[in-house]
Design a binder for this molecule. Structure first.
Ligand code: SAH
Ligand code: DHB
Ligand code: MG
Length: 242
């Protein structure tokens, strides 16, 4: 590289300084990519509309991220999928659509109201026969899954409360086999992740999660920053090796 200029990093919360791009541009590019590459789907559109109408927070994955989850599940031939954090079932529908005949998805949700909305959305998508929504705090329901002999899962999507990500990693490993794919959403959070000693327990949880992923010899892993309609965030991806 001929350019030896070093720029100091932008402040973590300054969303307009990433390569001079604005959030408006990220939205427009996400819309362009989704319109071009992500198949439109009435059940997915309705799931988002009904989630919004029911007053659920608008924090589901973006359409192109949902498509990524579906592709990852198909690429690894997932027949058993675990999701931690259902919300209105938007990501659930993407993942369940990837399942082959006879495949199953279990999704864990703390809020009964979210689970109720999700079940209706999943049923409308024609997926009720292969998806089970389990209501409860995931740190309570994950041990029940293990005790009940569930797993191993082929793909696990971690997307619930960020403070508990370290615990979700431990349980996910217990429910894995060599070859299991782990995906964890929201590990960047406007860049807050780089701040050691951050006061927000969600940021601390994600940092502890990433540190444990890095130290875990059974995992090969990476993480990517993303921008788009969901702001500046990112996800971690890991492969269980042993
Ligand atoms: N995966 C969804 C978004 C999940 S949002 C999608 O992309 O469409 C995070 C969800 O985790 C919320 O519905 C929230 O109620 C749930 N949650 C929060 N704490 C939880 C806990 N302790 N156990 C299980 N779910 C939890
Ligand atoms: C939040 C949670 C999510 O899973 C997400 O994708 C975005 C935001 C949140 O709790 O703020
Ligand atoms: Mg998320």
């Amino acid at each position: 590289m001929g350019d030896t200029t070093r720029r100091s990093p932008a402040p973590a919360a300054d969303r307009t300084s990433v390569a001079g791009m604005s959030e408006q541009t990220w939205h427009a590019v996400d819309d362009y990519l989704s319109d071009l590459l992500v198949p439109t789907d009435p059940a997915l559109t309705a799931a988002l509309a009904d989630s919004r109408a029911a007053g659920l927070p608008e924090i589901a994955v973006a359409p192109n991220q949902g498509r990524l989850l579906e592709l990852l599940a198909r690429m690894c031939g997932a027949r058993r999928i675990l999701e931690i954090g259902t919300l209105g079932g938007y990501s659930t529908i993407w993942l369940a659509r990837a399942l082959p005949e006879g495949g199953r998805l279990t999704t864990l949700e703390y809020e009964p109201r979210h689970a109720e909305v999700a079940r209706a959305n999943i049923a409308r998508a024609g997926l009720a026969d292969r998806v089970e929504v389990v209501v409860g705090a995931a740190l309570d329901t994950l041990p029940e899954l293990v005790a009940g002999g569930a797993g191993p899962f082929d793909l696990i999507f971690i997307d619930a409360d960020k403070d508990n990500y370290p615990g979700y990693l431990d349980w996910s490993l217990r429910l894995s086999r060599p070859g299991t794919v782990l995906v964890a959403d929201n590990v960047i959070r406007d860049g807050a992740v780089i701040e050691a000693g951050h006061p927000d327990p969600r940021v601390r949880g994600v940092r502890e999660f990433l540190a444990r992923v890095a130290a875990e010899p059974r995992l090969s892993s990476t993480a990517l920053q993303t921008v788009g309609t969901k702001g500046y965030d990112g996800f971690a991806l890991a492969l269980v090796e042993a």
